[in-house]
Write a protein that binds this ligand. Structure first.
Ligand code: IPE
Ligand code: IPE
Ligand code: MG
Length: 262
């Protein structure tokens, strides 16, 4: 248990001036939060700036929110950075996003050990530029040396929920063909072990800023019983107070998982 949880497993208070979420009742705070980091382009357009300026601001917001999640004792933060559909965008925009990822990974290589931040990637890395892949391998290695209890950020890069399920199914089929698995042994736990999120609990809370209310191919399998929080705030404007509001909303939800309330 992270040291910033109290004896009941609840998160430590967010900040001296932050009282947004409830520590006394409702659901325990989420251990895994997932965010669709949307609205960078509109944020830039509102300011007469190129879309790439929105991505740059969005990358700053990611740094800020990841730090905050770590500080308040969230164990996993999964962010949607680039989808399997985002290749449809202009070459300029795609390269700007990849350059920002590279910048972040270069920083991460120097700081993750010191800050106890584990980094993990979800998605098919095959079409990603070799330099970025090499950096991702480097951060994977650093992650291996960090404690399993440390905060972990999962970055979804060339990620699609359907693609993840297909890649998992292909690997399971290959294991069957080679006699390592039997089709009749496949259950939810075994299949989960083939996903990019293997070993990571499902997110309890999925946040989508920017006013859109859709999944856009994010965590299709893992979102089965997630609570959703939508806000009109554009991702570059998203802040700690907004995350507090999302957690408070989550804590007040009645989670029934198909059962009935006693
Ligand atoms: C999210 O912001 C970042 C990526 C999808 C890479 P958008 O770029 O989708 O921003 P909007 O939706 O156009 O405002
Ligand atoms: C989802 O946002 C993908 C990311 C945030 C990386 P999009 O902006 O690509 O989604 P749509 O096109 O609005 O569904
Ligand atoms: Mg968008």
């Amino acid at each position: 248990m992270a040291e910033n949880r109290d004896e009941t497993g609840r998160l430590a208070p967010p900040r001296a001036n932050g009282t947004a979420w409830d520590r006394t009742g409702g659901n325990a705070p989420p251990r895994h939060i997932a965010i669709i980091m949307d609205g960078n382009g509109r944020w830039a357009a509102k300011r007469g700036l190129p879309r790439t300026a929105g991505h740059k601001a969005g990358a700053e917001t990611f740094r800020k929110i990841a730090t905050y999640c770590k500080d308040i004792g969230v164990k996993y933060l999964t962010v949607y950075a680039f989808s399997t559909e985002n290749w449809k965008r202009s070459e300029t925009e795609v390269s700007a996003i990849m350059a920002l990822l590279k910048k972040y990974l270069l920083e991460a290589v120097d700081t993750m050990e010191r800050d106890h931040i584990r980094l993990h990637f979800f998605g098919d890395m095959t079409p990603i530029a070799p330099e970025l892949r090499r950096l991702a391998r480097e951060t994977d290695e650093i992650t291996e040396h960090l404690s399993k209890d440390d905060f972990q950020a999962n970055v979804c890069l060339n990620y699609g929920g359907r693609d993840e399920i297909l890649r998992a199914a292909r690997r399971f089929a290959a294991d069957c063909a080679e006699g390592r698995q039997k089709p009749e042994d496949l259950d939810e736990a075994v299949f989960s072990g083939y996903l990019d999120s293997a070993g990571i609990p499902d997110p309890e809370l999925i946040i989508r800023p920017s006013g859109e209310q859709r999944l856009s191919n994010f965590l299709l399998w893992q979102s089965a019983y997630a609570e959703f929080y939508y806000t009109d705030t554009l991702w570059p404007d998203f802040d700690e107070a907004e995350l507090d509001r999302a957690i408070a909303a989550y804590q007040s939800r009645d989670r029934r998982f198909g059962g009935v309330k006693k």
